[in-house]
Design a binder for this molecule. Sequence first.
Ligand SMILES: [Zn+2]
Length: 440
Amino acid sequence: MWRSANHWLTTSVLGIPSKGRVVEEFEMELPIPPYLFAFAVGELDNREVGPRTRVYAEAVTQLLDSAAKEFDGTEDMIREGERLFGNYEWERFDLLVLPPSFPYGGMENPRMVFLTPTVIKGDVTGAQVVAHELAHSWTGNLITNKTNEHFWLNEGFTTYAERRIVEAVQGEKRALLNIGIGWRGLNEDVERFKDNMELTKLKNNQEGIDPDDVYSQVPYEKGFQLLLRIEREIGRPAFDEFLKKYIATFKFKSIDTETFIDFLKANIPGIENKIDLVLWTEGTGIPSDAFEPDSSVYKTIVSLANESVNGRMPREDEIAEWQGQEWELYLDNLPKSIEASQVLALDSRYKLSESKDYEVKVSFLQRAISCGCKAYYSEVEKTLKEVGRMKYLRPLYTALVKDSGNEDDKVFAKRLFFEARECYHPIAQGVVEAIFGKHM
Ligand SMILES: [Zn+2]
């Protein structure tokens, strides 16, 4: 455990070397659950980006400079979080940019969040992952779920808190687009679990189950939906007040769903008569009073994607303000019938396969594989060998072994995995193996 993250790299050597060893001691005075305890070892350097934030990364000047630029607005987000959820209790909020094999977008280790380098895109949109990890400082790190069966208490609250921070910092339109993307993800995962509806419950039975095997959007997005449902019932000011009280009451504790529900009922009398809390927390699927988002940006993009069946491509003025998220949505919604020639035309106009933004590049490559555009296979190979983030491995390997329906693609996928495997995190290796197991 570390005394203070701003010192831990340089001044915390308290022991004396003996037999070629150095003993280091760190002290963390605030209680944290064991899953939030992490080590980072490497030749690291840092840049200061705010009064309580430094960005750490391997000592490569260009990486550090672009990371510092990308996360320049972090202090604004911390202040927004404090306004919404109460004091930031962890003193420091430092960021560590890891090598590209890191399998997640981010990990919310208190005082020093771990991040994939793929969030550095040069246009400050990477701030969204930071907003999520920052939100965990209140929901997840301050109040933790007692067991993984109540995981939604971590991620549902954090998704809600993240979107409130995004709304405050980047505007309502962006927050609503995120809700739209989340809603689609929730519906897809509920469909994916149609043979195991237990996993569509907020509070579910995970006896004998490896949580990594059943990871989904359900705790994030259905949890978010329940909190939004309550907010819409009692109004935002009352809900904000409730949230602050909830956080202040249970901070530095681990709780379960029942504790939350009891607290909710005690503080908002009669809420159980307006919202079926048992159905929401113990029922399967998506309750009918969930909020189906109505984002105009979302709709415009989906209808543009549908128009591609007539050979229509979005015009420069239509995509002028698009960021990675918009492109990803557009590409994901392209009809299955789209032809390889259209994919090639789209790329020659907008250079998507060369995008520095992995969300865009991977969504594009996924479409290219599904259409059998062999021209992009060297780019697919390069991508799968340079990053290990599961968000990219999953769609690309799935496209190769399932969507394309081509035997050569399966052989290609196997060879790639054989050559890249050692560079992937063990959890990511397991995910790829599971995809192979299911489709080969
Ligand atoms: Zn999270």
